[in-house]
Structure formats: structure tokens, C-alpha cells
Design a binder for this molecule. Structure first.
Ligand SMILES: O=C1O[C@H](COP(=O)(O)O)[C@@H](O)[C@H](O)[C@H]1O
Length: 384
């Protein structure tokens, strides 16, 4: 009979503790995703719009500005159309709402493939007659205006930084080395997108870009959204102040709602399966921190055309209060099944393998995550 010396035992235990304690995912929203199934697209859109408008009304009763991040995609655009047709729209002060996009196709401004063009037609142009300010629609750079995909991606990172002060600011905690976007010298790339000089963003205190529109727009056309016209009302100047971009944090607005479509492969925004970009800012061992690209990413070879895209990263999505998935299509059954399986896991149990297989699994809002899905997009065993 022999016994293990106490010192050896301690050593054995501590080694194994190290070995099996997996690094936890960072920057995750705290909510548990919940399925909201509907028999038809119309029913799904109606329910999603009711909840979106409830949230916007609530936010505007408490704060000056609401930030909403839109998506493209089949159910995404169908929801925006239903939103525009909802009678409650006329009772909301849309001059106080800012719209953003979680991804965009890097194609010319007027290409029908752009998510923003579809969103303008479905929702944003109609909202102009209810007070929406063109400059409060924050679009990702188009290929006929910007000098390159990198300029478009960088521009959007700065755009988000500029508006970080326009709602109670919650800075996204970025892993070491991920904030290497140049804080000095502004950014360029497109007409009408120059930010001033050597300072940072001066959106302090009360807010920016929130004042009422100066002109009333009777007839709304796509021209109203031309890049040249898209200056923020009220202004959010990047002046001499600092912007708190250092110290491992990159400021961004807290989106009150982020809407997400999901592809049949499980992609969200333009974060595609098998791409390390999905892991940016997650803090997982495979997180490929590329200096300055943890806020937005360039996608130059998207498996779904068009090939070139810009996307926000998971930490930006997960900094949202509410995340709503809008899913339809029979071809989504497998991906929706994986998303629902992931939803059963605690955030800290999510790992790189799961996120790389189904990027949608990594998206959770801080307050609420709802997976709106039509029944056809759910395998029979997942239907209520
Ligand atoms: O490429 C994209 O696809 C997804 C989903 O599109 P869907 O037509 O399958 O619903 C969309 O959410 C994303 O924004 C878009 O760029």
C-alpha cells in the first residue's frame, strides 16, 4: 500500500484544473435566446414590428435617441415593409431614431444588392415623411464612392465611435491589441465622410445628431439618401476632444435593437461559418485579433455573392440590448436547429467550434434575444 505525497497530489490537481478550465467567451450578451415561432411570414413580421415599436417607444420615453441596427435578407426586408405600413409609425418621432446596418455588400451605391437600398425602399424612405433625418441613417461605404473595402470597414468603425456618446455609453471591451485603428488623423475614403484632424470624437454629454430635421421632405426619393446628402442633423463633430479609444476599448453606440437575418449556412451579418472573423473579440484562443479590425471586418471572398462585404463583429452585435433573429425559408431548418441547440447552452459554454459551425449561435443581446422563425424554417421536431 502506498500513498501519494501531498505535494505531488496538489501538483496533479492544479495541472488538471488548468488543462480543463476552458477560456470563456467574452463580450456576450446575458440573455437566453427564446424561440418565437409563427405559421406565416406575415404573422412573424406583424409580431416582430409590434415588439420593435414597443421598444422604440419605451426608449424614447427615457432617452433622447434610439439606435436600431437593421438587416437585409428575406425576412428582414419583409419585416421592414410591415414596419412602414404599421399605423403606429405616425405617432413616433423618427428624428430621434438612428439606423445602422450590421453588414453591407461592397457594391455601388445604387446596386439592388445593397442591404441599405432595400431598407430605404421598404422602410427608411417612408419614414422620412414622419421625421426621419437622412443623416441619422448610418450606411456602410459603397464601392463607387470609397477607395477600397478597407476604407469602408474603417469608416464604419469611426462612424460608430462618433456616436458612442449619443446614448448612455457602454464601451465594447476589446481584447488586447484590437484597438489599433488610427485614433489620430481622421479617416477618409469617401466623399462627404471626412472627419476632422487629430482629435477624436467630441460627442460628449448630452448627445449628438439628435436635432429635428431642418427641411420637410414631401416627396421621398432614393436621391435623398445619396452619400453627399447624408450629413447628420444636429451634428456630431469630431473635434478636439478625446474619444476614449485607448485602454483596450473601442466605443460604439449601444444598439437598442439589432435585427439579424440568418443564412442557410448559419451566417449572420457577413460573419460566415469557418471564418476566423467570427471569433474576433470573443477572447477565445482562436480569436485572430487583427489590429483595428475587431469592430468591423472586411470580407473579400464571401461564399454568398457578392464577394466583397463589410460586417460588424460579434462584440458589436452583442452590445445590443435586444437581438431579434428574423428567419424564414425551408432551407434554414438545419441551421435553425443548431441555433436552438446553442440557445440551450450558457454563454460561457459556447466555444470556437460551435461559433465557427454556426455563427448565429454567438449572437445574444444584453436584455433579450428572440429567435423569430416561421414554421417552415423549423424542422418538425423544433416546431411548437
Ligand atoms: O447575405 C445576407 O444574408 C442574410 C440572410 O439572408 P436571407 O435572404 O437568407 O434571409 C442577411 O441577414 C444578411 O444581412 C445579408 O447580407
Amino acid at each position: 500500500m502506498w500513498t501519494i505525497p501531498a505535494s505531488l497530489k496538489t501538483c496533479w490537481i492544479s495541472k488538471n484544473t488548468r488543462r480543463f478550465s476552458m477560456p470563456k467567451i467574452q463580450n456576450m450578451g446575458a440573455s437566453t435566446p427564446t424561440l418565437v415561432a409563427h405559421p406565416t411570414r406575415e404573422a412573424l413580421a406583424a409580431d416582430a414590428v409590434t415588439r420593435i415599436l414597443d421598444i422604440i417607444e419605451h426608449v424614447l420615453s427615457e432617452r433622447t435617441i434610439a439606435h436600431i441596427s437593421l438587416t437585409g435578407g428575406t425576412m428582414g426586408i419583409a419585416t421592414l415593409k410591415a414596419w412602414a405600413e404599421n399605423e403606429r409609425v405616425k405617432d413616433i418621432d423618427w428624428s430621434r431614431v438612428h439606423f445602422w446596418f450590421s453588414d453591407e455588400r461592397y457594391v455601388p451605391e445604387r446596386s439592388p444588392e445593397r442591404n441599405d437600398g432595400q431598407a430605404i425602399e421598404a422602410l427608411l424612405a417612408p419614414l422620412l415623411s414622419h421625421g426621419l433625418v437622412v443623416g441619422n441613417v448610418h450606411r456602410m461605404g459603397p464601392s463607387d464612392i470609397f477607395t477600397g473595402l478597407d476604407a469602408a470597414a474603417e469608416h464604419y468603425a469611426f462612424e460608430m465611435r462618433d456616436y458612442a456618446g449619443s446614448a448612455p455609453a457602454v464601451s465594447v471591451q476589446m481584447p488586447e491589441g484590437a484597438t489599433e485603428l488610427p485614433l489620430a488623423g481622421g479617416h477618409g475614403g469617401g466623399a462627404g465622410h471626412e472627419h476632422g484632424g487629430s482629435g477624436g470624437c467630441g460627442c460628449g454629454g448630452g448627445g449628438c445628431g439628435s436635432s429635428a430635421p431642418e427641411q420637410s421632405i414631401e416627396e421621398t426619393t432614393l436621391e435623398d439618401f445619396d452619400a453627399e446628402a447624408a450629413e447628420p442633423a444636429g451634428g456630431c463633430g469630431c473635434g478636439g476632444g478625446g474619444c476614449g479609444g485607448g485602454g483596450g476599448q473601442w466605443p460604439a453606440p449601444v444598439f437598442d435593437i439589432t435585427l439579424l437575418g440568418m443564412g442557410p449556412d448559419g451566417h449572420i451579418a457577413s460573419l460566415f461559418p469557418g471564418r476566423k472573423q467570427v471569433l474576433l473579440g470573443t477572447g477565445l484562443p482562436e480569436d485572430p485579433v487583427e489590429g483595428g479590425k475587431a469592430v468591423t471586418v472586411m470580407v473579400s471572398d464571401s461564399p454568398k455573392p457578392p464577394a466583397e462585404r463589410v460586417s460588424v463583429t460579434l462584440p458589436i452585435i452583442n452590445n445590443s440590448r435586444h437581438v431579434f433573429f428574423l428567419i424564414t425559408g425551408e432551407d434554414k431548418q438545419d441551421a435553425t436547429g443548431r441555433l436552438l441547440a446553442g440557445a440551450k447552452l450558457d454563454a460561457e459554454d459556447l466555444n470556437a467550434e460551435l461559433l465557427l459551425e454556426t455563427p448565429a449561435v454567438g449572437a445574444r443581446g444584453k436584455k433579450q434575444t428572440l429567435i423569430f422563425a416561421t414554421e417552415e424554417s423549423l424542422a418538425p421536431e423544433n416546431r411548437p
